[in-house]
Write a protein that binds this ligand. Sequence first.
Ligand code: INI
Length: 161
Amino acid sequence: MAHEIEGSTDGRERRIAIVCSRFNAFVTTKLLSGALLELARHGVDDDAVTIVHVPGGFEIPLAARRLAATKRFDAVICLGAVIRGATAHFDYVCSEAARGIARVSDDTGVPTLFGVLTVDSVEQALERAGTRSGNKGAEVARAALEMAGLLDAIDAMGTDR
Ligand code: INI
């Protein structure tokens, strides 16, 4: 019979870091609120959450990497908002943020979640920050807990055959 493993989203023993970009703060503060609410809903203690602010999406990976390297956290949640209309270097900021965040996970083994909105307009950004299309911050917070739980479950299998 096949073995199936899923990550528990129980947050009671979790320590979580959040990197939040200040650029487009009218959106990212909503993502942050969504993430904090979701973590609390899953039992994560207030004291177990560390929030780090960075200037823009471009700077998220560096801060995320430093946090992951401390090994103090079960997951790092990255929050930002890159809006096409607002910048000529939209594509650069998006791709560096996405690539950099993925690398943090790969290099450190600490789940590092991509909660950076990459959208065409302010309306689309606000829709994904708690109005019509849910809240990306909450979504990645839940995913962070699931990935932390999943890695623990895989580790608990041990290395024996
Ligand atoms: N950073 C963002 O997070 N979102 C944006 O929409 C954005 N725009 O429009 O330029 C943005 N730029 C700043 C960038 O992330 C860096 O902070 C800056 O280039 C300094 O390195």
